[in-house]
Design a protein around this ligand. Structure first.
Ligand code: ADP
Ligand code: MG
Length: 276
């Protein structure tokens, strides 16, 4: 069997029946194991275009791994992830013998470039200014001209409230400002959706609000987002759905009101008591 072909748990490929109402992000029976450690267990999730999902759960419950499976930093052990109806990591049609062909890495990189991700730590290039950080990928990956990339980077800096910091290096910016640059940098790739992994948890408390304000504005602009955060005020105000993970499983999901005000499981009640 060639390495490049494999059979996922269920048939992948683009869904011919996917209509306008099809979810933008769809996880079906996603499992992930690292050796003997079963980190994700049969996760199903559906996110409509333009919707904001807040993902909560105790440390080690699998939240980061779930995000990493969505943008192919990790490959699910079983199950599938579909974005706009297209199974990630696989060719859209099966081989003649019915097996599904894994995509070559260049095409996986292309799928990944459609998804913006922002981490707890900002990972800015320290030797580049805010402006240069934002211009880098559009030039290197999308082949934009420097002039075009600069114009777009300046407007993104404006959008995150940092027009006056374009020529500052990361070391000259506060944590909140660095995180806003990191968000602008992700947006510079014109992503179809954005994943945020605890974007404010490394920040001093007084810097959290400015980053959440940028996320809220993005959400209001119609961006599809999954946000791992324990900022329950943000979840209440901005989320369309809240998803609670525990021990690799999605235990509850629903509207903020259902999850936060009327938790069903003891585990969610206990978790909320620890963060509220
Ligand atoms: P969370 O983001 O909810 O804190 P993670 O997804 O980071 O949880 O981790 C879930 C579990 O998977 C943890 O037990 C973690 O140690 C383990 N894990 C995550 N990544 C790896 C890896 N690359 N190799 C081995 N174990 C991992
Ligand atoms: Mg995590």
């Amino acid at each position: 069997t060639p390495d490049s072909a494999a059979t996922p748990a269920s048939a992948p490929g683009s869904d011919a029946a996917a209509g306008a109402a099809a979810p933008l992000i769809e996880l079906e029976g996603v499992h992930k194991a690292f050796g003997d450690l079963h980190v994700l267990k049969d996760c199903d999730l559906s996110v409509a275009a333009g919707e904001v999902t807040v993902l909560i759960g105790p440390s080690g419950s699998g939240k980061s791994t779930l995000l990493r499976c969505i943008n192919q930093l990790e490959e699910p052990t079983a199950g599938r992830v579909r974005i706009a109806g297209v199974t990630q990591g696989y060719a859209e049609k099966p081989l003649a013998d019915g097996r599904w062909q894994k995509l070559p890495s260049a095409q996986i990189a292309h799928q990944r470039s459609r998804i913006g991700m922002v981490f707890q730590r900002f990972h800015l290039f320290p030797h580049m200014t805010a402006l240069q950080n934002i211009m880098e990928a559009p030039i290197q990956v999308l082949g934009r001209s420097a002039a075009e990339a600069e114009k777009s980077a300046l407007s993104l800096l404006e959008r995150v409230g940092l027009a006056d910091r374009a020529d500052h290096y990361p070391s000259e910016l506060s944590g909140g400002q660095q995180q806003r640059v990191a968000i602008a940098r992700a947006l510079a790739m014109d992503p179809e959706l954005m994943l945020f992994d605890e974007p404010t948890s490394a920040l001093d408390p007084e810097l959290v609000a400015e980053v959440l304000a940028v996320l809220k504005e993005l959400a209001e602009g119609g961006m599809t987002m999954i946000v791992v955060t324990h900022e329950m005020g943000f979840a209440r105000e901005v989320a369309d759905q809240v998803v609670f993970m525990d021990d690799g499983m999605i235990l509850e999901q629903g509207t903020p009101d259902q999850l936060i005000e009327q938790p069903r499981s003891e585990r969610l009640k206990g978790f909320l008591a620890s963060v509220l």
